[in-house]
Design a protein around this ligand. Structure first.
Ligand code: JHZ
Ligand code: ZN
Length: 417
């Protein structure tokens, strides 16, 4: 994308380049969902960007219709994973799995793309690997470096990949969790990995799985940062196109359902068949992931959830009860936008991320406080916007429940606990 362009419309599939794209969901225009606001900015008009999805009729890849310039979204980033126990367990497990694959981790360079505050690399460091983070968020790169995880504040692209190899040498392992979906040029991702990885190196990535998104109605994970909604069939096309092969796939519970994929170079050899990969691709086909009808039904189900949730919240408010929100994830802002839920319904939101506390949600301007607030406040209901961490949140807030408080979980279906 040109440096000064704010947004570009997707004209051809970002994997197979087909122009045969079908729009199946339109969430309307909204501000970028991590665009949390300070009190003094509340009266400045927020920029809104379209949010809608294409299905590629040719390769089955699901992607956004528009790409917002990454500089707008990622230069100052408020999301950090380290507040969630589930995330840390997942990172520890990933580092363990990779360390077993590497012949000599102590002599290896592990590079993490989209390294955020360095929380994944910390686990690799405990195996004595040499580590390097790459992340365009200057605020986070500074924190990570200070905490002993050297981090280059750069976007991941070919130009920067060359720079990094020159300075740090080639990597034995490259990890990329919850970041590939944020990158527009998928071909460049593989070209850059190719530049940075040594001959026998492995490339590991994790992202939310489209099959889970569709079957569990996770429409709120569709937002400007996530340009791609991957399933294995189109992903494998991309992998093979750049001379790599999948050597392992694992489904994970994280973020409502994700997949972890390990790759290495084919090095001219014939692709070795991976049974799990074959099984999952046939499962995707069986479940209709490559039929447009599946996506049309998905869009219809959202309308049903919207009506149910709105009716429930309306009834609670009519009974003069107080509702607050739990978690201020980006996805919460999408849910509030599409379902049109704001300050009239939620008095405030509590979130454990220090950077978000004191700020207001984009568009709906709901104030965010720390968890402490709920300890002394008499709220009756809590709408869990970070539904992927429902268990962790409910166990942290047993006191709220004891006082008679009730939790509402909106996704995959409206549920009161
Ligand atoms: P969380 C993130 O999306 C960001 P988001 C990113 N765009 C991505 O790709 C996806 O993940 C996969 C809070 N919380 O992780 C912390 C509590 O308050 O679901 C977070 O603000 N109490 C990179 O933003 C939010 O909830 C708790 O006990 O949609 C969760 O955000 C816990 C566990 C979390 O992601
Ligand atoms: Zn395609």
């Amino acid at each position: 994308m040109e440096k000064n362009t704010e947004i570009r419309k997707v004209e051809k599939c970002r994997i197979c380049e087909s122009k045969n794209l079908h729009k199946f969901l339109d969430l309307g225009s909204m501000p970028i969902p991590n665009g949390f606001l300070k009190q003094e900015s509340l009266n400045i008009k927020e920029k809104k960007y379209p949010l809608a999805c294409f299905f590629c009729n040719s390769c089955g890849f699901v992607q956004l219709t528009h790409v917002v310039n990454p500089k707008i979204m990622f230069t100052n980033y408020v999301y950090i994973p380290s507040g969630a126990r589930v995330m840390m367990n997942n990172f520890s497990n990933l580092a363990n799995q990779v360390s077993k694959k590497l012949k000599n981790i102590k002599k290896s360079l592990v590079v993490d793309i989209g390294s955020n505050d360095g929380s994944l690399l910390k686990f690799f460091k405990s195996y004595n690997a040499k580590v390097l983070g790459i992340d365009p968020a200057k605020n986070l790169a500074k924190i990570a470096t200070k905490n002993g995880i050297p981090t280059e504040a750069l976007l991941f692209n070919e130009k920067n990949a060359k720079k990094i190899v020159k300075k740090w040498g080639k990597a034995t392992a490259i990890t990329a969790t919850n970041v590939i979906a944020h990158i527009d040029d998928l071909h460049e991702v593989f070209k850059s990995v190719d530049l940075m990885l040594d001959d026998e190196g492995i490339f590991v990535t994790e992202f939310p799985y489209l099959l889970d998104l569709v079957e569990k109605n996770q429409f709120d994970t569709i937002y400007h940062e996530h340009l791609s909604y991957f399933s294995l069939k189109p992903w494998n096309l991309l992998v093979e196109k750049f001379g790599f092969e999948i050597i392992g796939v694992r489904r994970l519970l994280i973020h409502g359902g994700s997949i972890r994929i390990m790759h290495k170079r084919k090095n001219g050899k014939k692709t070795t068949k991976n049974k799990t990969l074959e099984y999952l691709i046939s499962l995707e086909e069986d479940r209709g992931l490559y039929k447009i009808k599946t996506y049309e039904n998905f869009a219809k189900r959202l309308e049903k959830i919207k009506t149910e949730l709105k009716n429930l919240l309306y009834k609670i408010k009519k009974d003069k009860k107080k509702i607050i929100g739990h978690g201020a994830p980006a996805k919460g802002n999408v849910l509030m936008h599409y379902f049109d839920i704001g300050k009239e319904t939620l008095d405030y939101i509590v979130d454990s991320t220090p950077y978000k506390q004191g700020l207001f949600t984009p568009e709906k301007h709901v104030p965010i406080y720390s968890d402490e607030k709920l300890k002394t406040d008499e709220a009756d209901y809590s709408l869990i916007l970070a539904w992927n961490f429902s268990d962790e949140i409910m166990s942290k807030h047993r006191g709220f429940k004891k006082r008679g408080g009730k939790f509402i979980i909106p996704i995959p279906e409206v549920k009161i606990i």
